[in-house]
Design a binder for this molecule. Sequence first.
Ligand code: ATP
Ligand code: MG
Length: 203
Amino acid sequence: RSPRGNWHARPRIGIMGGTFDPIHNGHLVAASEVSWVYDLDEVVFVPTGRPVFKLDKHVTNAEDRYLMTVIATASNPKFTVSRVDIDRPGVTYTIDTLRDLRALYPDAELFFITGADAVAEIMRWKDVEQMFRIAHFVAVTRPGYSSAVTLPAGRVDMLEIPALAISSTDVRERATHGEPVWYLVPDGVVQYIGKHGLYRGRG
Ligand code: ATP
Ligand code: MG
């Protein structure tokens, strides 16, 4: 039986990909909402290695992003974290993430979770047809980004979630300037950023 008491023939697994530099409460609400609405058994957070859309930008090293993701998700019994992307050499492509997760969960129904901004990029992603064959795609609303993007019919679900106008970019800028990030990211992540001096004196 599933978390909502329904019977599903196959385990239902969400995949929440992201740079998570750092992970924030917007990511966690998105995963939690999709998990509830789609009656998922587990949501796997997958921090990217080298994100293909951010090759020109500085990204915090993978171990720090991975550990912050572990800290942020540890208290939720349904949330787990995967190292597939950070352990795979080279640039991260979502098709590789999906293939690795498919191999780890051969019997599961997979749900790839993305925000309204990232979904606009979907059609430009590598091997988009194969990605749709491996997983369902769920795009969640995100403040500041239109959810009115044209998507291939029936391929991507749109889900309205509570609006949290939080971005990792804003959290990094705040940390750089010594401004508060409390309640934008989980307490443990606030402490981790401080302990390791992440984002300090940048920009
Ligand atoms: P950055 O500003 O560095 O790009 P970000 O806040 O966009 O960081 P990402 O790690 O790039 O975070 O996002 C991972 C996934 O989470 C993407 O699919 C993104 O659309 C989604 N997402 C991020 N923040 C929110 C939010 N506040 N509400 C809904 N979805 C979000
Ligand atoms: Mg982003």
